[in-house]
Design a protein around this ligand. Structure first.
Ligand code: SF4
Length: 330
């Protein structure tokens, strides 16, 4: 290949070095495309890297040992930001947001400011009275719950998340259904997120949703609204796993060969801003994982005077192939 190909950045000790990848910008240019901003309508809030799980696919390497969580002060700055720049959608994610002590403050602050407030959950971070109280808050604030549920095959899902994870998640999903989540006519939306449990691309979303709906009802009597399928992004723990198991080259080749030019227009980074646990802005959660801030300079939400304008550049990397593969990652 030509000398324009480059190595992805640093890798962990004890794993094979990664093969070169065609720069994403070159692939865009070959198709006469560029990736620039459209009007921003979504704010993603990453509350930190603390999580009860250590999933193999996690691009943030979240886990029980991580100390980075959003402070009350940063939450106040995020709420003030969302008040100054109204967003249509606010998406609260992690790590496991449920483990962040001031999450109720953040939810209470953001709920009146956006028509749609989403909260990601792995369905296992909290239990008992803590879970009941969070659920009551979500019902009261009409929060859309987005629950990760990798597979309707328990042995596959448990391989990714740990033994017994599926059974525990199903028990929580049943409680959510009982509270009205995922049930027609309640207005309480419960969406599932599934990602592959290995080095392959997800099923097309529509057929995966049909299969999940059928399996979840038949096996466990669980209902949900929508299923979203995402390709795993070769960063963080997933990248290390790919390299360690010799799957990296094959996976990246699969991603690059599945590049879909028509997915570029709908990529989430065109309309989203992601704020890190310590309050800085990124074009997406993957750029946050590699610390490539919006506009090439770390800007705190408390200092933002205007949102990126349509046409503004977006920081891209080889991991962008995961977003633009197949039907895309929106
Ligand atoms: S990783 Fe995905 S969302 Fe982020 S800049 Fe690349 S294409 Fe956009």
């Amino acid at each position: 290949m030509t000398d324009r190909r480059k190595m992805p950045p640093g890798i962990g000790t004890g794993v094979r070095e990664a093969a070169p990848v065609d720069p994403f910008a070159d692939t865009l240019a070959r198709h006469g495309l560029s990736l620039v901003r459209d009007r921003v309508h979504t704010l993603q809030v990453n509350t930190g890297y603390l999580c009860n799980l250590q999933c193999r696919h996690c691009h943030l390497e979240a886990g029980p040992g991580r100390q980075e969580i959003m402070s009350r002060g940063t939450m106040e700055a995020v709420v003030s930001f969302a008040r100054r720049f109204p967003f249509q959608v606010v998406d609260v994610t992690g790590g496991a947001p449920e483990l962040v002590p001031d999450l109720p403050f953040l939810v209470d602050g953001l709920a009146p400011l956006a028509p749609r407030l989403m909260l990601r959950t792995n369905l296992s971070a909290v239990s008992g009275a803590e879970w009941e109280s969070l659920l009551a808050l979500c019902v009261a604030r009409r929060v859309v719950l987005v629950a990760s549920f990798p597979s309707t095959n328990p042995s596959q899902a448990d391989a990714q998340r740990g033994a017994g994870a599926t059974e525990a998640a199903i028990a929580v999903l049943k409680k959510l259904n009982a509270a009205g989540y995922g049930v027609d006519g309640t207005g309480l939306e419960l969406n599932l997120v599934s990602n592959p449990v290995g080095a392959f691309l997800p099923m097309p979303q529509d057929s995966a949703e049909r299969k999940f709906r059928h399996d979840m009802l038949r096996k466990w009597g669980v209902a949900f609204n929508r299923l979203y399928t995402f390709a795993n992004v070769p960063l963080g723990r997933f990248r290390t796993w790919l390299l360690r198991t010799g799957n990296y080259e094959h996976y990246v080749k699969t991603l690059t060969e599945s590049f879909n030019p028509s997915a570029v227009d709908g990529l989430m980074c065109r309309t989203l801003l992601s704020v890190s646990w310590d309050g800085f802005l990124y074009d997406c959660d993957f750029n946050l994982a590699v610390d490539r801030p919006t506009g090439g300079r770390k800007v705190h939400v408390s200092e933002v005077r205007e949102l990126p304008a349509p046409g503004a550049p977006i920081a891209i990397g080889e991991y962008c192939y995961a977003c633009a593969a197949g039907s895309g990652f929106t």
